[in-house]
Design a protein around this ligand. Structure first.
Ligand code: XUL
Ligand code: CO
Length: 437
């Protein structure tokens, strides 16, 4: 069997913080135990198929810059098989436990849906064998119902029911193959579910249709006994101006309106959070507070560029705060950290894929270690408790339990006068945070 990354002879190893080997982990030590679980169990790293193997550096101003050996045969199904072999070689050499894919990443579309599904079956057979041989598992599968021109006006929110039906058929098959590969989850990212102009859009109707599509997916999941978790992945814009699943709060409102909360959790992507004008931590905390945190697309944007740059996460501040929220909430169950990230257009060497992932895994390992220490020492929790201590008094309890009304509170205020104020201590807390980073 030909090797696609021959320079990496064996699995990338942990060599500790003093190592200068670019192909070694400095912080990610998969077997190291932290708060009762190994780092690998906490972090549940996944490589995404689309950026890592299908992304070739194109942007709006130019075509591909990256040439990959597994694309060289030119015959579509041979390319698909070679790519799958290259993918599992990279997964194993990196030592990640999971991968994620869209249906159209792993097999190219044929002329008809039936032919396309046959191609998928062929490639899924190979993926299943490779999963068995390597022990790498599927974190989640998903459908690409946004690239083909038929989906130019959306999939579930398309004005045409025939396009809706096409999307439903595609999702049906993608859920089936995700089940076949024993996926722990399945993601719905509303690729083009949104609009560019209200002059040609019936927003209320679109959202009713989207809910209907998700309901059908839930019914089918039950019918075929797929046990994986369904996730929605919020994103506010790009490709459309107004994506319907714009942020975690918006998704939660949608799920509540259509009585779907019990069937879905969210897949929070760092770069989508910032596009929505939130921090990554904000979106994670919102999900934890509402019981809907499922999985994470771990990447970052660029402060100076206003779009979804999908860069590998390297910011320890961000990974620490993210892992603090995730650890505090009890950690991942079905979810994990999927690197929805790609190398830059100029990073044309196949080993750049290793540099990107190794750096990202180390960044999250450091985040995990920092977060565990923050939790063990409990300084932030103590400060929070102190700040909210008033709510433990008779007055606070009464308000929280719904036992006080406006008249009673007015009496209290007249009697007690001006409330005593306390400092928010943000600067001090930020300084304490830096002690962990
Ligand atoms: C797009 C995005 C997708 C989803 C899966 O911005 O993040 O790749 O993660 O469809
Ligand atoms: Co994503």
């Amino acid at each position: 069997m030909s090797e696609f990354f021959p320079k990496i002879k064996k699995k990338v190893k942990y060599e500790g913080p003093d190592s200068k080997n670019p192909f070694a982990f400095k912080h990610y030590n998969p077997k190291q135990k932290i708060m009762g679980k190994t780092m690998a169990e906490h972090l549940r790293f996944a490589v995404c198929y689309w950026h890592t193997f299908k992304g070739l550096g194109s942007d709006q101003f130019g075509g591909p810059t990256i040439i990959r050996e597994y694309n060289s045969s030119g015959e579509p199904m041979q390319v698909a098989e070679d790519t799958m072999l290259a993918a599992f070689e990279l997964f194993t050499k990196l030592g990640v436990g999971f991968w994620c894919f869209h249906d159209r990443d792993i097999a190219p579309e044929a002329d008809t849906l039936a032919e396309t599904n046959k191609r998928l079956d062929q490639i899924v057979k190979l993926a299943k064998k490779l999963q068995k041989d390597t022990g790498v598992k599927l974190l989640w599968g998903t459908t690409n119902a946004f690239s083909h021109r038929r989906f130019m006006a959306g999939a579930g929110t398309n004005p045409s029911p025939a396009v809706f039906a096409y999307a439903a058929s595609q999702i049906k098959k993608a859920v089936e193959i995700t089940k076949e590969l024993n996926g722990a989850g399945y993601v719905f990212w509303g690729g083009r579910e949104g609009y560019d102009s209200l002059l040609n859009t019936d927003m209320a109707r679109d959202l009713d249709h989207l809910a209907q599509l998700l309901r059908m997916a839930v019914d089918y999941k039950k019918k075929i006994r797929f046990k994986g978790q369904f996730y929605i992945e919020p994103k506010p814009k790009e490709p459309t101006k107004h994506q319907y699943d714009s942020d975690a709060g918006n998704c939660f409102a949608f799920l509540q309106k259509y009585d779907l909360v019990k069937d879905f959790k969210l897949n929070i992507e760092a770069n989508h959070a910032t596009l929505a004008g939130h921090t990554f931590q904000h979106e994670l905390q919102f999900c934890v507070d509402n019981g809907i945190l499922g999985s994470v697309d771990a990447n970052r944007g660029d402060l100076l560029l206003g779009w979804d740059t999908d860069q590998f996460p390297t910011d320890i501040y961000d990974t620490t705060l993210a892992m603090y929220i995730i650890l505090k909430s009890g950690g991942f169950t079905t979810g994990g950290l999927n690197f929805d990230a790609h190398v830059r257009r100029q990073s044309i060497d196949p080993y750049d894929l290793f540099h990107g992932h190794i750096g990202a895994m180390d960044a999250f390992a450091r985040g995990l270690k920092n977060a565990a220490k923050m939790l063990r020492e409990g300084k932030f929790e103590k400060a929070l408790k102190k700040r909210y201590a008033g709510w433990e008094t008779a007055l606070g309890r009464k308000i929280e339990n719904g036992k006080a009304g406006f008249e009673e509170l007015e009496k209290y205020t007249i009697k007690n006068g001006e409330p005593k104020l306390a400092s928010g201590r943000q600067e001090l807390l930020e300084n304490i945070l830096n002690e962990y980073i």
